[in-house]
Design a protein around this ligand. Sequence first.
Ligand SMILES: CC(C)(COP(=O)(O)OP(=O)(O)OC[C@H]1O[C@@H](n2cnc3c(N)ncnc32)[C@H](O)[C@@H]1OP(=O)(O)O)[C@@H](O)C(=O)NCCC(=O)NCCS
Length: 225
Amino acid sequence: MQHSATLARLWPASAVRARAGDLELRWIDDDLLVQLADLAGRGIHAPDAMPFEHPWTRGTADEVARSVVTYQWGLRTQVSPQAFVLEFAVLHDGVPVGVQGLTAKDWTVLRSVQSGSWLGQEHQGRGIGTRMRALVLHLAFAGFGAIEATSGAFADNVSSNAVSRRIGYEFDGVDRVAREGAAVAHNRYRMTRERWESLRDAHATLLGAPVELEGVEAIRTPAGG
Ligand SMILES: CC(C)(COP(=O)(O)OP(=O)(O)OC[C@H]1O[C@@H](n2cnc3c(N)ncnc32)[C@H](O)[C@@H]1OP(=O)(O)O)[C@@H](O)C(=O)NCCC(=O)NCCS
């Protein structure tokens, strides 16, 4: 499509894709954004839980959905050769089920990415969270040429901590983080490139299909980087 080709030339992040069988990570265009916002409005976690430092999931369905839209629009201005916040729609069998993000500061110097994610509650607990983490690590290491990936989760977030352990991250310590007015333990996790290489077979088994990447070159070798 002419429009997509032009957008990819002007803003290469829009062309990044990662696919493994029925699972795909794709740049969030406005059509996907509306569907993801609607999904978030239907709920991401139980009311007595809070997986995020900034409690953007509190409020009415429309308030939560609107915050997804405005947050994602804001992120589009935060992709440069030196630093990026890239958030991808997670599609399962073509259906948008959540968001998987990769953030890098001083990318050309550090080559380190941090991941963050959410799934609509109706799509949780079926192994998608584990597989999308394996897929985004493949994108970061094999696609973008990262040398390190980090992640974190509040200690009381059972499923997110379980994903990091299952994927094979090393535990990297505990921070105290302010969450809704209380100091809460927050676990750090780290995956070096060497460790990821040693886990590739295990991740391939988890993903269950070969990984196909598209549009990674502009992030891998940023102009002027
Ligand atoms: C965290 C999240 C992305 C994980 O995705 P998911 O698809 O639900 O997780 P999976 O089905 O792949 O399961 C991962 C592990 O968590 C466990 N798990 C999943 N849901 C669970 C629950 N409600 N209670 C206990 N364990 C649970 C699974 O058994 C599995 O552990 P195992 O590999 O040791 O068997 C998803 O639950 C989510 O979006 N949660 C709300 C937002 C959030 O927490 N984001 C991350 C912020 S750090």
